[in-house]
Design a protein around this ligand. Structure first.
Ligand SMILES: [Zn+2]
Length: 328
């Protein structure tokens, strides 16, 4: 792991920190804001190594000295790591940290503390930390990691330098979801819909997204082979499942992704599929439609999204869309 490696996924943050290190001008407090899996913790540890390393080459830590190794193994006496204890980070955890900091000079005057899920601090913990940030000690760096910047106290934000991590690429995010035990087919779909881990997990709850996915498949089959059935399915199954406006928008997004896969099938870009595992249905449908019709279908869905956001009733939007898709 090097700064150059880190810059591949997070060019802005890595370059920013590298420059500050080179100038010897690190901020007293950073907030690393970014979705799960974007490498916030890895970046924080690398920064700590650069900060402590005894035989740094430029800004690059050596990875072999005692300082680097202890940071790597999580047992450096001057690098502290706080995580939520249950649901939240509690006041006593921050106070414990402050106590540690009062024994300065154990190894050197330098200290780094990393707070994971910093948005989960209780109000009293946050206020306790705030006091800390208001009177920063020399050679002390605080790194607060969060996936929910909007939940952090404005007073903490204003005393920190906020660095925003770029979201993961679709493929990398799908992989992360798979590692959480979500099926490949659903992971791919989720990664196309959101870059937020929490949002993805909310979709997974109660099989909501899996059901939504099979409704898309069903509707698309019916459009081709049982057109008389389509409006009934919209009425009886689609509308009850996508039962509020954000979900209705999502429903249209799912249809659009299906059409995009049809187009990918036609142009031979199967590796870019969102609906992994549905190759058979996709190629059958793609054969029956011209590229022109697929593009017209996509235009119709995009228009339907516009109508929905202009407050047209979801039932009307869906019925009109189904008729347009049947016209082809
Ligand atoms: Zn080193």
């Amino acid at each position: 792991m090097t700064w150059e490696n880190l810059a591949k996924n997070q060019p802005f943050v890595a370059t920013m920190l590298k420059n500050s290190l080179a100038k010897g001008r690190l901020a007293h407090a950073y907030i690393f804001d970014g979705n799960r899996g974007t490498g916030k913790k890895r970046m924080a540890l690398h920064l700590a190594k650069s900060f402590f390393c005894a035989q740094r080459a430029g800004v690059e830590p050596c990875q072999t000295c005692k300082e680097c190794k202890r940071i790597e193994h999580g047992n450096h006496p001057d690098v502290h790591f706080i995580e939520p204890d249950g649901q939240s980070i509690k006041k006593h955890q921050v106070e414990h940290l402050q106590k540690e900091f009062s024994y300065r000079g154990m190894e050197s005057a330098k200290k780094v503390y990393i707070v994971n899920h910093a948005d989960k601090m209780t109000t009293s913990a946050a206020n306790s930390l705030l006091k800390f940030l208001e009177e920063p000690l020399a050679d002390t760096v605080a790194i607060l990691l969060t996936e929910q910047l909007q939940n952090m106290l404005p007073t903490i934000k204003s005393r920190s330098q906020v660095l925003s991590f770029a979201p993961l690429e679709v493929q990398a995010f799908a992989k992360l979801l798979e590692e959480e035990g979500i099926s490949e087919s659903v992971s791919n779909l989720l990664a196309s819909l959101t870059t937020s881990f929490e949002e993805a997990m909310a979709f997974v709850a109660d099989e909501w997204i899996a059901q939504a996915r099979s409704l898309v498949l069903q509707l698309m089959e019916e459009l081709q082979s049982r057109p008389n059935q389509v409006l009934l399915t919209v009425q009886d199954q689609w509308l009850p499942h996508f039962d509020d406006r954000p979900k209705q928008e999502l429903g249209l997004e799912l249809l659009l992704l299906w059409f995009r896969d049809l187009l990918y099938t036609q142009v031979g870009k199967e590796e870019a599929f969102t609906y992994v595992g549905e190759e058979e249905a996709l190629s059958r449908q793609a054969l029956a439609l011209s590229q022109h019709k697929v593009r017209k279908g996509m235009t119709a869905i995009i228009e339907a999204k516009r109508h929905l956001s202009a407050n047209v009733s979801p039932q009307l939007v869906m019925e009109k869309l189904m008729l347009r898709l049947q016209e082809g």
